[in-house]
Design a protein around this ligand. Structure first.
Ligand code: UDP
Ligand code: MG
Length: 323
């Protein structure tokens, strides 16, 4: 480890008031063992349960805590991205605030980092305290993404990982709005390695990822890293056109040889409705991509910060955020 190594830990927080004290306790214990100076960036993603006040208090007591407080809820992936913007460490560790990711694993990550890996991601070999529905949807999601996207995003990995400064600097420059950080980290490349771990149950509170948010994340992952959905319309078009052409001689022959064939409108109606449905779905998929292009073109800031860390230096030459 270089002499002046500094670590950054980023924890996004959305209504985690019960977990924060324990998070601080376990993280500071672990980082003490790591034996290098460190900073904890707590990104408050529009909490309304008193987490904000708790984060402010913690920052007053410990100079290593640097709060980034959002003006509203911008979402988990954006909160982590903001943490990266403000980070100063040589290695950045991303961890959930609900203690589902065991902080103790950070030491193993640091060991791998010292061995020369630039990205050390944690692989969930077991999951505790999560519903059957969450496990199945998560598993299907990871496998689907793996199959249809162009970058090989490791299976069963979340955002709990250590990322070297070199990779963080590149990710900070990737300004896409609909972010899927695991995909972005895989896209960058460098030397990456997985560390299996047992994902614990939440320390307190309930999940902040309802089905709606999970679906949004899945759509970001798919549209961000693949054109496959756009191509589906082409495939279906070719298949149905091919089938129609094949059907023409069949219909002629049947019509000429079998009396009273093809009466009734049900078959016509069904095929028209089927293709109408396929067309509307294709239109929707197109809309999904166009909406995203529109968002990119507007070029609004990714997030709005209400309060920055006290030591944040805005001057052009200052060692402040990477924004
Ligand atoms: N989170 C956030 N903004 C959100 C949703 C979640 O910052 O809009 C944080 C949350 O506080 C937690 C982490 O992201 O630290 C992971 O969320 P959660 O534990 O609810 O997701 P799950 O583990 O259930 O997938
Ligand atoms: Mg969680």
């Amino acid at each position: 480890m270089a002499k002046n190594t500094v670590f950054t830990v980023i924890a996004p927080i959305y209504n985690e008031v019960e977990s924060i004290p324990k998070l601080w306790e376990r993280l500071s214990e672990v980082m003490e063992k790591a034996g290098a100076p460190w900073e904890l960036i707590l990104v408050d993603d529009g909490s309304t349960d008193g987490s904000t006040e708790l984060i402010r208090d913690l920052a007053k007591k410990h100079t290593s805590v640097r709060p980034v407080i959002f003006a509203r809820n911008f979402g988990h992936q954006v909160a982590v991205s903001a943490g990266m913007d403000y980070s100063r460490g040589d290695a950045v560790i991303i961890i959930d605030a609900d203690l589902q990711d065991p902080p103790e694993l950070i030491l193993d990550m640091i060991t791998k980092w010292k061995e020369g890996y630039e990205v050390v991601y944690a692989v969930r070999s077991e999951r505790e305290g999560e519903t059957w529905f969450k496990r199945v949807t998560a598993s299907v999601f990871y496998r689907l993404i793996y199959r249809i996207t162009d970058v090989k995003i490791p299976l069963d990995t979340g955002d709990f990982r250590l990322i070297d400064r070199a990779v963080v600097n590149i990710m900070v420059r990737m300004k896409e709005r609909h972010r899927f950080l695991r995909g972005m980290a895989a896209w960058v490349g460098f030397k990456q390695v997985g560390l299996p771990y047992k994902r614990a149950a939440r320390f307190a509170g309930v999940t902040k990822y309802p089905f709606r948010k999970m679906l949004k994340l899945a759509l970001n992952a798919i549209t961000g890293f693949s054109y496959f959905p756009l191509q589906v319309a082409t495939y279906i078009g070719f298949i149905s056109a091919g089938l129609s052409i094949l059907a023409i001689p069949v219909v002629i022959i049947v019509r000429l040889t079998v009396a009273n064939s093809f009466f009734g409108q049900a078959s016509t109606l069904i095929s028209v409705l089927f293709l109408g449905g396929v067309q509307l779905i294709s239109l929707g998929i197109l809309g999904e991509y166009i909406g995203r292009i529109y968002d990119e073109v507007k070029g609004r800031p990714l997030y709005i910060v209400r309060e920055e860390p006290a030591d944040f230096d805005k001057s052009p030459t200052g060692k402040g955020a990477n924004q």
